[in-house]
Ligand binder design. Structure first.
Ligand SMILES: Nc1ncnc2c1ncn2[C@@H]1O[C@H](COP(=O)(O)OP(=O)(O)OP(=O)(O)O)[C@@H](O)[C@H]1O
Ligand SMILES: [Mg+2]
Length: 514
């Protein structure tokens, strides 16, 4: 008799057969699903007897039917004779086979639900111990490094997001994009690249998607194939499954950056010049209403987060987001998040609901993660009615377009306002538009700091204070350019004086005019 792990299970090893027996006789299949759902490979019998490991593969790989995910029984067998097993991440074919076997023994031998009460790190340790024992007992011949590799992969499958785990552990990755089981792209340093990470099959990918969304109380299936969710670490996730996503489930993860970038970081990355950053500091400090505009992944949220650093500690701030990404250092913050409708189509809380509600929460500043609909109107109202220093982001390619987007959102929201009145609202509400962009070399820059100065006839007038001018490209294809001050005097000068920031503003503008 051998004892596997410390608290999990005692296993009989007679005739080299691993047999499971619960320690206290209370296995709970449901808690297993809730906490440590194993990926369902999932032939209860080992598919490859150990002595055959070195033979050419002619295995039967069980494919999980979606019905099984939903609690049904069907499991279909797909023959992969003469078809190589798909590679999973960096494991080669032989290791993959061993992994499948060890995994099957593990599932059969151990009641994973017993692990539910343990800490995540303890579970990992426990599973590693058991897996090494299985490897030893079954006589798999592996180098220490290979063994570690196999065990790590098993732990990732049982506890985490399978093949995505190594990517999630890397801090240099900003986005992970899974286009079906065979194509996983990442973004590092602003550039997209294809990785060699692959899912075993569509079912494993779907299983990972399901695991992500069930953690936040949602599900993806044919009836509701689109879902937003968040990983435990705060990373933002979007899943779109078959039939909407034609070539297999598509998973997009905006990885949560543990250390949010500050304006100083942006200066180091040459995303902004020190003088322009100082002007942004004044803009944030003297309670101007700011719209951060930019394309997808251009750094809008990061910039918004930087600007919130200049909010004074005493101010009450309410943030409204679709998925809470902002990390304010301010001590007095209320964070609100929207909610999609449930399966019955009920219970949706929109951004507009949140913005309207937060007006009743005595906010001094309202921060809207992304303005994309009729909430634009409520945000403008708030900006015009004493909630100075409110901020939001908008998807647009330049500051003027940012303003027109807001106008369109209001028009689309069904507010019956004449165009001129709408623009007057916008011109008096928004003081500054900061434009972020991802350039073709992958670098992110603040390309405009533009002030909204009022109306001339029917047109909202704006003046650029800083503009990023592209001068060329170096030998490595990196774009060279400079943040240039236009030399115009900001109309918020008086406000800067009122908040004691006049000198800072004057110095920054003077330094940038040299
Ligand atoms: N100036 C910068 N230099 C380098 N990396 C940056 C910079 N700004 C942002 N990033 C990184 O780029 C990624 C995308 O940034 P962010 O989430 O702010 O973009 P976004 O415009 O809000 O995207 P989305 O449109 O998806 O909401 C993040 O991982 C962030 O850390
Ligand atoms: Mg964003």
């Amino acid at each position: 008799m051998t004892t596997f792990g410390r608290r999990v299970k005692t296993l009989e090893t007679k005739d080299s057969t691993l047999r499971a027996e619960p320690v206290d006789g209370t296995p709970t299949a449901d808690s297993l699903v809730a906490s440590v759902t194993p990926p369902e490979y999932s032939d209860p019998q080992p598919t490859v007897p150990p002595e055959k490991f070195n033979e050419p593969k002619s295995a039967t790989v069980p494919v999980l039917d979606m019905a099984k995910l939903e609690g049904g029984e069907q499991e279909t067998q797909k023959s992969v004779d003469s078809e190589p097993l798909p590679r999973q991440g960096p494991l080669d074919e032989k290791l993959q086979e061993i992994k499948v076997s060890v995994f099957n023994y593990l599932i059969e031998a151990v009641d994973l639900s017993q692990l539910a009460s343990l800490e995540h790190s303890e579970v990992r340790e426990e599973i590693s111990d058991i897996a090494s024992e299985i490897i030893g007992m079954r006589g798999f011949v592996l180098s220490a490094q290979e063994q570690q590799h196999v065990i790590e992969d098993i732990c990732n499958d049982v506890l985490g997001l399978g093949p995505l785990e190594p990517l999630l552990a890397r801090d240099d990755i900003t986005d992970i994009m899974v286009n079906g089981p065979d194509k996983v792209y990442i973004e590092t340093k602003g550039k997209l690249e294809l990785t060699d990470v692959k899912f075993r099959d569509a079912a494993q990918l779907m299983n990972v998607c399901q695991r992500i969304v069930t953690a936040v109380g949602r599900r993806v299936d044919e009836a509701s194939p689109i879902c937003d969710a968040r990983l435990l670490d705060g990373s933002r996730v979007n899943v779109i499954a078959n039939p909407l996503s034609v070539d297999g489930a598509t998973l997009t993860i905006r990885k949560f950056q543990k250390e949010k970038l500050t304006l100083d970081n942006l200066i180091d990355f040459k995303s902004v010049s020190p003088e322009c950053a100082q002007v942004l500091e004044v803009i944030g400090g003297c309670r101007l209403n700011i719209l951060v505009s930019g394309g997808t992944g251009s750094g809008k949220t990061t910039l918004l987060n930087c600007l919130t650093n200049f909010i004074e500690d005493g101010e009450r701030v309410v943030t409204c987001e679709d998925a809470a990404e902002l990390q304010l250092k301010n001590p007095h913050v209320v964070r609100l998040e929207t909610r999609p409708a449930n399966l019955e189509g009920a219970g949706e809380v929109t951004m507009r609901d949140l913005v309207r509600n937060c007006l009743r929460m005595r906010p001094e500043r309202i921060i809207v993660g992304e303005v994309r609909g009729s909430e634009a109107f409520d945000l403008l109202q708030a900006m015009n009615t004493g909630h100075d220093g409110s901020m939001g982001t908008v998807h647009a390619n330049n500051p003027r377009e940012g303003i027109s987007r807001i106008e369109n959102m209001i028009a689309m929201g069904g507010f019956n306002l004449p165009a001129k009145a709408m623009r007057e609202q916008i011109a008096s509400a928004i003081n500054v538009v900061v434009q972020a962009a991802r350039l073709r070399d992958g670098s992110r820059k603040i390309t405009h700091v533009t002030e909204v100065i009022g109306m001339e006839g029917d047109v909202v007038t704006m003046q650029d204070l800083f503009v990023f001018e592209v001068e060329g490209e170096d030998a490595d294809g990196n774009i060279i350019g400079q943040h240039k001050a236009t030399g115009l005097r900001p109309t918020f000068w008086d406000k800067a004086r009122y908040f004691g920031l006049e000198e800072k503003l004057a110095n920054a503008l003077e330094a940038s005019n040299v």
